[in-house]
Design a binder for this molecule. Structure first.
Ligand code: HEC
Length: 174
């Protein structure tokens, strides 16, 4: 990697020197035109390095459809944290602690008093995964009619995807 970027570095000192203010250059003499053309040539030579750098980072990027957990954290902080903790061993608030929620049966946090509606869904086999969480968080009452979660629902697809990415990561963290 270093070897590939070195030509760009080698060009830089030359470019800087060429841009160095020189009172004689303002005259625009024929003798000065040469270096200027060289500067353009040097910049053009350096340009192919930019797409190269882009290609190297693109390989590490997440698929476009996946949510961004960092944006999702903001959604959680503003929309959920008043009622939910997510860290391991966190206290139940108005809503149950969400640690380990992915793959867990609904209504299963010890010591939390769930609504009758949630308990019924749990008995019917509702398990929290990406799909069930997406549906519940988009419209809680549609998935669990009578739920005690007084949250209107997150209709913004982008925010929902980001939130799910965050939940998956944070609910599994130590
Ligand atoms: C006003 C408080 C409140 C807000 C805000 C809120 N919740 Fe809840 N949440 C609750 C309550 C109360 C329950 C229990 C629902 C029941 O028993 O019917 C719950 C239940 C849940 C459950 C089911 C947990 C389980 O153990 O079955 C999940 C998952 C959940 N909330 C996620 C979220 C997320 C994510 C947000 C933010 C988008 C959020 N909640 C916002 C109060 C809230």
């Amino acid at each position: 990697m270093l070897g590939k970027s070195s030509p760009g570095r080698a060009i830089l000192p030359f470019v800087r020197r060429s841009y160095h203010p020189d009172p004689a250059a303002t005259g625009g003499t024929v003798g000065r035109a040469g270096p200027r053309r060289l500067v353009i040539a040097a910049l053009l030579a350096a340009m192919p390095l930019a797409p190269l750098a882009g290609a190297m980072t693109a390989g590490a990027a997440e698929p476009a459809a996946a949510g961004d957990p960092r944006s999702g954290e903001r959604v959680f902080v503003t929309q959920c944290r008043a009622c939910h903790s997510i860290e391991r061993g966190g206290h139940n608030r108005l809503g149950p602690n969400l640690h380990g929620v992915f793959g867990r049966r609904a209504g299963a946090v010890p010591g939390f008093r769930y609504s009758r509606a949630m308990r019924a869904k749990a008995e019917a086999g509702l398990v929290w995964g990406a799909d069930t969480l997406r549906a519940y968080l988009a419209n809680p009452r549609a998935v669990v009619p009578g739920t005690a979660m007084t949250f209107v629902g997150l209709r913004n697809e982008r925010q929902l995807a980001d939130l799910l990415a965050y939940l998956e990561r944070a609910s599994a963290a130590d």
